[in-house]
Design a protein around this ligand. Structure first.
Ligand code: SF4
Length: 209
């Protein structure tokens, strides 16, 4: 990545980290994926029960692989025939891994969900939530973050799952009420009631979508 782009990402990350601190959440700067993996593992004690909601960024930094191969109790919902049972286990996990669909420069997180297992676990349940967020997800304000979540992240996710929605045919969000919509619940996380629950690792790279 261009040196000036990297410098901007590092500076902006420090602004986001200050914003997170003002909202009772912890932020960490990672210069690259390798550093992000080290920070994530330092936040997850061995023996922890860990689960996740479709967080591509956690895969991209090698975290899911490291947890599966390491001394952790990783709950992989893909391995459960009973998806509801797997989702319910998440609420009592030690650690929930997530990415954000978008966030603001002053530390507000925005997430959209279809089944709502991800947004509900972010809001309540798991003892700790660890977000892996590429600097490509940082927007100026909540309006910008909502726009990114609705117009970039959600249509891309719908395409990933091969859903029958207007956005998979046009690439644009048409604010649908299709039975296949993945835009059922929108969570704006602006403050954490519980200190040391929400941790956000900001990676100076483009992760997820
Ligand atoms: S078209 Fe429907 S599913 Fe696609 S992003 Fe918009 S609201 Fe979500």
């Amino acid at each position: 990545m261009n040196e000036n782009v990297l410098k901007r990402g590092e500076l902006l990350a420090q602004t986001v980290i200050k914003g997170l601190a003002s909202r009772n959440m912890s932020g960490y700067y990672a210069a690259d994926k390798e550093e992000a993996l080290r920070i994530a593992l330092s936040l997850i004690p061995e023996g922890s029960t860990v689960t996740m909601g479709g967080a591509m960024s956690a895969h991209e930094i090698g975290l899911v692989k490291a947890l599966k191969e390491g001394n952790y109790q990783f709950i992989d919902r893909d391995e459960y025939a009973d998806k509801r049972a797997a989702m319910l286990l998440a609420y009592d996990a030690d650690v929930f891994l997530a990415s954000a669909n978008a966030m603001t420069k002053d530390g507000v997180l925005v997430n959209i969900d279809g089944n709502a297992n991800r947004v509900s676990a972010i809001a309540q349940g798991p003892k700790k939530v660890v977000f892996i967020v590429g600097m490509n997800k940082v927007c100026g304000d909540v309006d910008g973050a909502m726009k990114r979540a609705r117009e970039v992240a959600a249509p891309t996710n719908a395409q990933r799952f091969g859903l029958s929605t207007p956005c998979t045919k046009t690439g644009a969000c048409l604010n649908c009420k299709s039975p296949d919509t993945i835009c059922c619940q929108i969570l704006i996380t602006r403050f954490s009631k519980h200190k040391d629950r929400i941790h956000v690792i900001l990676v100076n790279d483009a992760l997820g979508f």
